[in-house]
Design a protein around this ligand. Structure first.
Ligand code: ADP
Length: 765
């Protein structure tokens, strides 16, 4: 095609040469005009640079030469922008521009192809120049050479090389405007010659400087150059400078006198250690730690108890006990002068807000915070550091956290305190004890740092999932605060007051654009999440909003979204969990127990069956030792009471009994399934099903007494979620019912028992 008409894209600060590519990123709301312009892959356009500098221009300031280009790639990237790659094809002459709305359109034609003898000569000269240029200019390597194709015309060769040369925008524009390849080659040779001249000059100066220097001066000169280069690069300068810097820092550091002395000694050691010694790096690193630890750097606690309360209430719903404890601490602190920070330990299932509340406490008090996780740690050096003699030694996580926090009195969060292990490398729990013990932690000594660091002003907050897995020596020192599962209604409130507003904000949406109705949130809670906390719920809300944002942008929809149940399913797909359990007669030999799992509480159906055999007991599934014992006890209890339960003894003698606890249903061992196993066995042996809206929990003894169990609140909330209507609980757990939210209690009937006979009586009456 000789000529044509195309849309124009004006580039204000970039130049695209033919045979080259540019990448640009657009924020697709604001650069809509440009996006409209280049819509489909392979679409062609004209790229031009305005003649005048500056942002604004008019039609008369557009040049007569541009580059015909095509859209090679258009990609919507996750940050909400659109990335395009445009490839230059060839120079074109533009004979007129038209303005249509906000866009320009131009008529263009291709310049005439010329092949003269002169062009051939210029081609050879240019190749020679390129050779010379590559020789002299560092970093110019073979990249160019490998790209030069023998079939290139002079103009194409010129364009290719130009992209490798350092030119400013205005000079590049000159290259674009030069249609005649000979003219462009001249420009290029001019620029390359100038580059070469500068490089030669630099060399000459260097040689003459070197000649005039003796050895010592030469070293000095070279060092100086190194210093300049390193300074340029922002790296540490020579050892002298380093020493100067270290001393300057040391003089400014606020720290105990003992530390000042230690630092001074280490700097002296640094000065006398030869440059080549590997020890130098070790000392340097040590000094780096010592000089950057916050030995005496305090933040002032917010003194207004009211403000702290407001701040905590704003960031987290409920969790009253923890909030209360923090406010108590502040109140007492205001009355006395020297109060130790409490060492709190928040215990509860994942996602109930333990860690985020700890961070919120730091924010409310105006303290910095540090967070470490000790889950899976089996080496005490992780806590208290390695001695410096150990290669690659580092301080432990406590000192690392303190350095990150940057103050002497941060809130220090220790996550997963129940997941440490103990082995030959040592016992991290006892190391942590030293850290948390208020009697000792004012003199905490890390193996690497070797000097005492005062941790007494740190407010430690530990978190754990299971109380009984926290090493007992630590449990002693901690103020345990239980944070339990949320009920559906609490989750709904958290979503409405915190999660939805937070996520709307993070997705750049406002409540004027999107409203999620209560029933829709409830639908997400019940159908798309199964958890004790609200982490999954938060993620689902985020997913929903992300999809809405995408729809708004891609489909250019600008409606108001009111999300109901139907819309939830439209955006999130069909629900993953079915939550409305219909009460049925249930199966023979299957009874619901209750367990405390990673989801918080949940129902744990126990299955039993029998087949011809010799009266053996077979156990499968996830049963720990204690549970296996429970099963034995349950069976023995039944065998001893066959008459009372009206069970034919022959069945027990002539069959094997198989008890199964579904895999993965329970994450810890315990005796609380005792009554459930007993009931399932009786159901099987009497051939009578138990209603599946009934659940039960309680330990059983050989004589049929029902003993109390732990975690009732979690279990009941889990049972409620699963649609259970009636729960048998041990008498001694009656007190725990106080903790259970009313909205759960009103849906469930609780029957407290002290012996198994009472359960039997109620079920088989
Ligand atoms: P955990 O440490 O208990 O596993 P996180 O602190 O990580 O839980 O909480 C997960 C998410 O749930 C966070 O985004 C947090 O803000 C939110 N969240 C949990 N509980 C609440 C609450 N009571 N009020 C507001 N947001 C909460």
């Amino acid at each position: 095609m000789e000529n044509g008409k195309l849309k124009v894209l004006v580039l204000n600060d970039m130049v695209l040469f033919p045979k080259n590519e540019i990448r640009m990123e657009y924020d697709n709301i604001y650069d809509k005009e440009i996006l409209d312009l280049i819509n489909t892959i392979d679409e062609e356009m004209l790229l031009v640079n305005p003649i005048n500098d500056g942002e604004s221009f008019n039609i008369t300031q557009l040049p007569k030469v541009g580059v015909l280009a095509r859209l090679k790639l258009k990609l919507n990237v996750p940050n909400g922008k659109t990335r395009v790659v445009i490839e230059g094809i060839s120079r074109v002459e533009i004979y007129d521009y038209e303005k249509s709305d906000a866009l320009y359109v131009a008529n263009y034609k291709f310049p005439k192809k010329t092949t003269s003898k002169k062009e051939k000569d210029y081609y050879n000269v240019l190749i020679k120049f390129i050779d010379k240029y590559i020789d002299k200019v560092p970093n110019m390597g073979n990249a160019i050479m490998s790209q030069i194709d023998k079939t290139y015309s002079l103009g194409e060769l010129c364009d290719l090389v130009t992209t490798y040369i350092n030119l400013d925008f205005n000079r590049k524009k000159k290259y674009i405007e030069a249609i005649d390849p000979i003219k462009r080659t001249e420009l290029l040779i001019e620029d390359m010659t100038e580059d070469l001249r500068l490089i030669d000059l630099e060399r000459k100066i260097e040689i003459s400087v070197e000649k005039g220097l003796n050895e010592q001066q030469k070293e000095y000169y070279l060092r100086e150059r190194l210093r300049v280069i390193e300074e340029e690069l922002g790296e540490v300068s020579s050892k002298d400078d380093e020493i100067r810097n270290l001393k300057k820092k040391a003089s400014k550091l606020k720290c105990p006198t003992k530390i000042t002395t230690r630092i001074r000694d280490e700097i002296a050691r640094f000065e006398t250690t030869p440059q080549a010694s590997p020890e130098l790096a070790v000392i340097r690193e040590y000094l780096d730690w010592m000089l950057n630890l916050p030995w005496k750097k305090y933040t002032k606690d917010e003194s207004s108890i009211k403000k702290v309360k407001e701040s905590l209430d704003a960031s987290h719903y409920a969790l009253d006990e923890v909030k209360e404890r923090i406010l108590e601490y502040l109140s007492v602190k205001q009355n006395t002068n020297n109060l130790r920070s409490p060492i709190l330990c928040l215990v509860g299932p994942p996602g109930v807000g333990k860690t985020s509340l700890a961070i919120a406490i730091a924010n409310a008090l105006g303290r910095n915070y540090a967070k470490i996780s000790v889950g899976g740690i089996n080496d005490e050096a992780e806590i208290i550091g390695h001695r410096r003699t150990y290669i690659g030694a580092n301080p432990g996580r406590i000192i690392q956290g303190i350095k990150r926090a940057g103050t002497t009195n941060p809130v220090f969060i220790i996550d997963e305190i129940d997941k440490m292990t103990k082995d030959i490398k040592g016992d991290p729990a006892s190391a942590l004890l030293e850290v948390l013990d208020p009697e000792q932690n004012a003199h905490f000594s890390d193996h690497y740092i070797e000097e005492e660091f005062d941790l007494s002003q740190v407010m430690f907050i530990a978190t754990a999932n299971y109380l009984d897995q926290i090493p007992y020596e630590l449990k002693d020192r901690l103020e345990i605060i239980n944070v339990s599962s949320y009920t559906e209604y609490e989750k709904l409130d958290i979503a409405k007051t915190h999660l939805v507003p937070k996520e709307l904000d993070e997705h750049g949406l406002t409540p004027l654009q999107v409203v999620i109705e209560d029933e829709a949130i409830m639908h997400i809670i019940r159908g798309y999440t199964k958890e004790a906390g609200v982490r999954e719920l938060e993620r689902m809300i985020a997913t929903l909003l992300r999809k809405i944002v995408k729809e708004i942008l891609v489909e250019q929809k600008n409606n108001f979204y009111s999300i109901d149940i139907k819309e939830v399913e439209h955006f999130l797909g069909k629900p993953k969990y079915s939550y409305l359990k219909k009460a049925t007669k249930g199966d023979i030999g299957v009874v619901n127990g209750l367990a405390y799992t990673v989801f918080g509480g949940d129902i744990l159906p126990i299955e039993v069956t029998l087949y011809k055999g010799k009266g053996d007991l077979i156990l499968t599934g996830s049963l720990g030792e204690v549970m296996q014992e429970s099963c034995q006890i349950a069976l023995s209890y039944i065998k001893a009471n066959t008459k009372n339960f009206k069970i034919d003894e022959k069945i027990l003698k002539e069959n094997d009994i198989h008890i199964h606890v579904p895999e993965g249903a329970i994450s810890k061992d315990g005796p609380s399934a005792g009554v459930t196993v007993t009931t399932a066995l009786i159901s099987l042996l009497k051939n009578k099903a138990v209603d599946n809206s009934i659940a039960m929990t309680g330990e059983i003894t050989l004589r049929g007494k029902v003993l109390p169990i732990g975690g009732l609140k979690e279990k009941v909330i889990g049972a409620h979620r699963a649609g259970i209507k009636k729960i048998f609980i041990p008498n001694e757990n009656l007190v725990d019912l106080d903790e259970i939210p009313e909205e759960v209690k009103k849906d469930i009937k609780f029957i407290s028992v002290s012996t198994y006979k009472e359960i039997y009586g109620r079920i088989y009456r």
